[in-house]
Design a protein around this ligand. Sequence first.
Ligand SMILES: [Zn+2]
Ligand SMILES: [Zn+2]
Length: 392
Amino acid sequence: MAADAPVTRKCLSKDCENDASALQCPTCQKIGKESYFCSQDCFKRNWSEHKAEHKVKTTGHYNPFPTFPFTGSLRPVYPLSPRRQVPASIQHPDYAKDGIPRSEQVFVGRNKIKILDKKEQEGMRKVCRLAREVLDIAAREMRPGITTDYLDEIVHKACLERDSYPSPLNYCHFPKSVCTSPNEIICHGIPDQRVLVDGDILNIDVTLYHGGFHGDLNETYYVGSKAEADPDSVRVVETARECLDEAIKIVKPGMLFRDPGTVIEKHAKARNCSVIKTYCGHGINQLFHCAPNVPHYAKNKAVGQAKPGMCFTIEPMISLGTHKDKTWPDDWTSATQDGSRTAQFEHTLLVTENGVEILTARLPDSPGGSIPMPSATNGDASKEPVAPSTVA
Ligand SMILES: [Zn+2]
Ligand SMILES: [Zn+2]
């Protein structure tokens, strides 16, 4: 585990008793290692010996932001893999080439919420079903020991096999085909060379572009059995799952877009969790992100109401600690300011005449799903059948 640097460091030089100054070996900094010396002289004197340590690290992996004050123990592990390609035969969204979603930036009618006709609704159904398939494929591959970059490869290939473009790829210059957000990462984590460990929780956020439409969903999963046995991890993951379920229950024509936030925050607070305010649900159709804006917190000022034929996402991000976020210098990865764990769930929804259709609904064999709170005592005891007592 990464720890904070001690207050007083000793000079790394072999036979030097001095405290270290702020002087660090620049090569070590590049590869994400800490090595402090007391003076330029000491550093130079030790160079021939010290440089050997640079070669010890044979993986070539490094932290690209060694001086950034990370809020938790997670670090980016670079280099990112080369950009993945999408064959020209697959329909690309407008931003695929230069990273700029021009069709989303039309300011006229920006707050107008699109009503999809029957044919367009069918297009949304199709892409959302494909997106569910891809998320499930990624979730089945997820286990301790693999990297998030491997999940990116899996998602990318599964999209291509479905004649679909992975919507995140080059959206506002996002470098990868899926967002992977472990532990204290709220959302928009970039798949990299970090290896998942037993005890992590991981959100996988998949969006596909197919037939001219985007379908968007995400779930948070437990990596290995340690996470399933950790009460706080289970509390934040299951609370996020329930928050989405509760919010979807109120979706029908006439629902105000400010209302889901009330339901979500009430449930989160009842579980002693907080709601991230910076990121919202969004309209989705031929555009990846458009009106309406659907905040997840109470007392928001979102405008508009649901009408049959509208498509939008609800995707609450729930934290064990603060609701405040901090973005890494990669300009994407959003972490909690106090390093506490967060979880998220997302569905793409279609408003029907009298309710809602969950376009990205789970399939009977979808991996993941809710688990019970681990008992405070030894979890093994719960496997013993409990004799029925008085039935209430
Ligand atoms: Zn998403
Ligand atoms: Zn979304």
